[in-house]
Design a protein around this ligand. Structure first.
Ligand code: SF4
Ligand code: SF4
Length: 270
């Protein structure tokens, strides 16, 4: 690359980061332009590239989770009656797939005493029954998330994107899934929450891919167990150690999402 193109490239990245920070503060539109997704992903990548910051993965998760919240708050769903209420937790008994940075953010919340004061050992013990159980077997299995305490999420502020998008329009379908009946019915969820969480996922995973990190979807209990196993798990993962090596890979992302992630990663890399 010539010096002129290098300078041009640096300017482009700087402009993207500036635009990305603005979008993080104001939220993404429901159907963002590619340039807007790339701008946010560039900020996330800059976070993942912060040399010497051993919390940069969990901080990247925090950025995109805040983005999803800000985007939903800026453009809340209309005409939809969301059935979710405090204390309703049927959905916290199903298979939840998260990203590695989100596992580290949850682990940091546990270590910081934010999970109803549970210690890492207690959470790991609570996670054990869910580890390795197939997604289909979780339906009707009534195995609670290790972070569910007295019917409420003990780490609400730190919860993964998938939990933020779980907004049912009909609790009866959630109860059916919890009980393992009427399995052909799909839970009707808020399209606005789903789309914003999906946009946030794409920015995180696109940035992770171009920064050279594996972007596998990991089951929450197994990933949290691995993230809590050693106090320096995040630092070691950032250095390339496969700390999630023993976590079974039980789900594949939708092709559409994979394609969008690949698209963002190649555009950032160009
Ligand atoms: S998604 Fe379903 S189970 Fe979860 S809080 Fe909403 S209504 Fe309740
Ligand atoms: S992290 Fe919180 S919201 Fe998500 S499944 Fe666990 S208890 Fe439920």
């Amino acid at each position: 690359m010539s010096e002129v193109s290098r300078q041009q490239r640096r300017r482009e990245v700087r402009d993207r980061v500036k635009a990305g920070r603005q979008l993080l503060a104001q939220g993404l539109p429901l159907q963002p332009k590619m340039s807007e997704v790339l701008a946010v992903a560039q900020v996330v990548k800059a976070k993942l590239d912060e040399t010497g910051n051993v919390r940069r993965a969990s901080e990247a998760a925090e950025l995109v989770q805040a983005l999803a919240e800000t985007s939903i708050a800026a453009r809340p769903p209309t005409k939809q009656q969301i059935a979710c209420t405090r204390g309703c937790s049927y959905c916290c008994h199903t298979f939840v797939a998260i990203t590695p940075p989100e596992a580290f953010r949850l682990a940091a919340a546990v270590r910081g005493g934010h999970a109803a004061g549970m210690t890492p050992d207690v959470v790991r013990e609570r996670a054990r029954p869910q580890i390795g159980v197939a997604p289909e077997a979780r339906i009707g299995g009534k195995l609670p998330c290790p972070l569910l305490v007295e019917g409420a999420c003990s780490v609400y502020r730190f919860r993964p994107l998938v939990c933020r998008q779980a907004t049912s329009l009909d609790v009866a379908v959630c109860i059916d899934e919890f009980e393992g009946r009427n399995l052909s019915a799909r839970i009707p969820i808020s399209g606005v929450h789903l789309q914003h969480a999906s946009n946030a996922h794409i920015t995180l995973l696109g940035a992770m891919r171009v920064a050279g990190f594996a972007t596998d979807a990991l089951e929450l209990s197994a990933a949290l167990d691995a993230a809590l196993a050693e106090p320096d798990a995040e630092a070691r993962w950032l250095q390339g150690e496969d700390v999630f090596g023993k976590v079974p890979r039980q789900v594949r992302r939708e092709a559409r999402l994979e394609q969008a992630i690949g698209h963002v990663a190649s555009a950032l890399d160009a």
